[in-house]
Design a binder for this molecule. Structure first.
Ligand code: SAM
Length: 425
């Protein structure tokens, strides 16, 4: 542990329920480091074991503890003993790593100028053992005095299937991650689209925030950039085929590809069927239905050429029931059409690497339902929902990540309903 620098850095990089064991032979180092762990808010995650590291490791082994990562930086002549403990006692999970400092000793492991060099000899022996160990892969990074990254191989055992190892050696939470993927969300300047953009960005994707309101798109892209997500803003009117194509081209041009497309832009008017003007029907369908299809088409062409992609359309619970007491025939019909578009594309593109799904939220607590016409209805809605509350935007976020990820690879043409049970009554 020494001053605790590495311990602190590792603790800060772990999730909140992560745990770091710091082994240190000098007890005063524990007192030295503790205030810094406190200040950094990681003290609860760090347990210091004072004493020889070999005893600390043996104690952890006896407790049944296993590790994703071990970092060796104590007495260099002890490295091989620590390594053997970790490997022989099976303390590193498959795919886990042992990182070791000072493994090149500024070249002394290669040439010590004919002078007896106990440290370099110990490290050389350590490197040779690791290199020949069939249980691990190793890479030595030649900066400063060398750092080795040793990863434990996954065992190939006939009785171990992918349920044990995780599909393609990827465990379930790993399969939900979107690192190195590029996502586009339309209607992302506010409301549900903004929540989707944040969710996909938090899951690791680079995000293109598209909206007809360029300023709103830029604001959301700024929010994402501020939390470390690679994000761009695109102004696009997705009722126009040309704009849909330009939007997709722009994502590919600026972010390198398009892996995930969320077609979310939509509009809603409230009018009784007999009073619904033709113009209102046309506006609704040109965005919610035709515009969504034009987006799918432009996105799909790019994805079909690459042989993979995820398209997720925002439908609505209104695709399944007739929401009431508000009247909204054009919206209801447009969202039912979204489901059929989704099913059709899902079937057409299923054997070409694409999945196409849609999500049907119940009534979501967004600015959209704060209109004078809709606000008074909230009380009635609550009585229609078994869970007794509206959906919050955050209720939809994990689902969009699932639908965008490798974890949903066998789902296509599906309408995922998130409505607090609204459609059950
Ligand atoms: C190079 S420092 C580690 C630096 C540390 N990575 C950091 O971030 O500050 C090596 C530490 O190992 C400790 N040490 C040496 N021999 C040890 C042993 N047998 N068991 C446990 N700790 C030992 C030393 O007291 C010293 O604090």
């Amino acid at each position: 542990m020494f001053t605790g620098t590495t311990t602190l850095a590792v603790a800060q990089a772990l999730p909140k329920d992560g745990k770091v064991y710091a082994l240190e032979i000098e007890s005063y180092m524990q007192e030295f480091a503790q205030p810094y762990f406190q200040q950094a808010g990681v003290a609860d995650m760090v347990e210091v074991l004072v004493g020889p590291a070999s005893e600390g490791i043996a104690k952890l082994a006896a407790q049944g503890t296993r590790f994703d990562l071990a970092f060796l930086d104590a007495d260099k002549t002890g490295y091989l003993g620590y390594y053997n403990q970790f490997m022989d006692l099976n303390l590193i999970v498959p795919g886990g790593a042992i990182i070791v400092d000072n493994t090149l000793m500024k070249g002394r492991t290669y040439y010590s100028g004919g002078v007896k060099d106990e440290l370099a000899d110990a490290i050389r022996e350590f490197n040779e053992v690791v290199c020949k160990d069939p249980r691990v892969d190793v890479v030595a990074l030649p900066f400063r005095d060398g750092v080795s990254i040793i990863t434990r191989r996954h065992e190939v055992r006939p009785d171990v299937d992918e349920i044990v190892t995780g599909a393609a050696h990827s465990r379930i939470l790993q399969r939900l991650k979107l690192n190195s993927k590029v996502a586009l969300i339309t209607g992302a300047g506010q409301g549900i689209g903004r929540a989707f953009a944040h969710a996909l960005g938090e899951a690791g994707a680079a995000v293109a925030v598209a909206d007809i309101n360029g300023e709103a798109a830029a604001r959301v892209a700024d929010e994402l950039a501020a939390k470390g997500v690679r994000a761009v803003a695109i102004t696009a009117d997705v009722t126009q085929a040309k704009d849909c194509q330009r939007m997709v081209d722009s994502v590919v041009d600026r972010l390198g590809a398009l892996d995930i497309a969320v077609n979310n832009a939509g509009v809603n008017f409230n009018n009784a069927a007999e009073d619904t003007p033709e113009s209102e029907w046309d506006t609704t369908f040109s965005l919610n239905t035709k515009g969504l299809f034009l987006c799918c088409q432009a996105e799909g062409r790019h994805m079909l050429a690459r042989g993979h992609g995820r398209i997720i359309n925002t439908a609505s619970m209104a695709s399944l029931l007739v929401p009431h007491p508000q009247k909204q025939i054009a919206y209801n019909a447009s969202k039912a059409a979204v489901v059929k578009i989704t099913q059709t594309l899902g079937a057409e593109w299923a054997d070409r690497g694409l999945t196409v799904n849609c999500m049907s939220p119940g009534i979501v607590n967004t600015a959209l339902i704060q209109s004078d016409a809709l606000r008074p209805l909230a009380k009635e809605w609550l009585q229609q929902i078994p869970m007794g509350r509206l959906a919050e935007m955050s209720d939809l976020q994990a689902a969009i990540v699932f639908m965008a990820s490798d974890a949903s690879s066998y789902m296509t043409g599906h309408n995922l309903v998130l409505d607090g049970g609204h459609t059950l009554w």
